[in-house]
Design a protein around this ligand. Structure first.
Ligand SMILES: [Cu+2]
Length: 279
């Protein structure tokens, strides 16, 4: 009778663990990366991913070591083999050894993280590609970076480009250029997050947050607001479309023309609207 209930309890535990593993497996891909942060979009995202990987491997080794030692002790000193427990009052050498080992590990992780932090936070100072200079995307001597302002509002991201162009939802950015972002909000707290282009950055009313990216390959980089900002937060998507510098220059010209045309049409069709300063 007792053996039967033990067997049933064991089966239940196996089913429970299997269900938990399935849920975790299903939840992983819904997030950005399954196990590691995404990489391949921008150098800062790559550096975050390498830092994360090193810490994860070290933590994995410690976890495996502790688990194996525990399993060995459970087996080696089991009751059947050692009916009378040994009375141990400490082992100074062992205690000094694990204290030193843990300290060394933490000092290494701190030093390694701090050594990477500068290159993650500070924008890449590499010169813009010749194609970007030729397309006029960056002025020579302008720190070789392009500044784009990211404006968070319920529930859409807006981007202001140098020269007066702006867009909503999708940012168009040139490849081969360091792009510096000034992130602000006009209402509540939002968070700018494109996983392949670096970490999350808060958009807080009254403050300007700074980050950067530098994309080498054209493509679409998806993300979304990462700070609960209201009812429609889940739909506050963000994406960056990286294009060749000459394509970026042509896009901003077209965007400016379309905006000017739309404003002219609005002033023509609803002059009272414009005279009240709406816009
Ligand atoms: Cu949000």
């Amino acid at each position: 009778m007792r053996a039967e209930s033990v067997r049933r309890g064991g089966r239940r535990a196996v089913v429970l663990v299997a269900a938990l593993v399935l849920v975790l497996l299903a939840a992983g891909p819904a997030e950005a990366g399954t196990l590691l942060p995404e990489r391949g979009g921008s150098p800062n995202a790559d550096r975050i991913a390498s830092l994360y990987t090193v810490v994860l491997v070290l933590a994995g080794l410690v976890f495996a070591g502790v688990t194996c030692a525990l399993a060995f002790a459970l087996w080696r000193y089991r009751e059947r083999r050692n009916p009378v427990a040994a009375q141990i009052h400490g082992n100074t050498r062992l205690e000094i050894a694990w204290t030193l080992a843990a300290t060394a590990l933490i000092v290494f992780i701190a030093a390694f993280s701090l050594s990477k932090l500068g290159a993650i936070e500070n924008a890449d100072t590499a010169a813009a590609s010749p194609a970007a200079v030729a397309a006029g995307v960056v002025a020579p001597g302008d720190g070789q970076a392009l500044h784009i302002e990211v404006v968070g509002r319920q529930y859409v991201w807006m981007y202001r480009y140098p020269g007066g162009a702006y867009s909503y939802g999708e940012m168009v950015a040139p490849t081969g250029v360091t792009v510096k972002l000034d992130i602000v909000s006009v209402d509540v707290a939002h968070s700018w997050w494109i996983p392949k282009l670096g970490g999350k950055f808060d958009a807080i009313p009254g403050y300007v947050s700074h980050t950067w990216f530098r994309i080498s390959r054209p493509g679409l980089y998806r993300g979304q607001c990462a700070e609960l900002c209201g009812r429609n937060h889940a739909n506050m998507l963000a994406q960056v479309r990286a294009v060749a510098p000459e394509e970026y220059a042509a896009w901003t010209r077209r965007q400016k023309r379309l905006i000017a045309e739309a404003e002219a049409a609005r002033n023509r069709d609803a002059p009272s609207f414009a005279s009240h300063g709406a816009g």
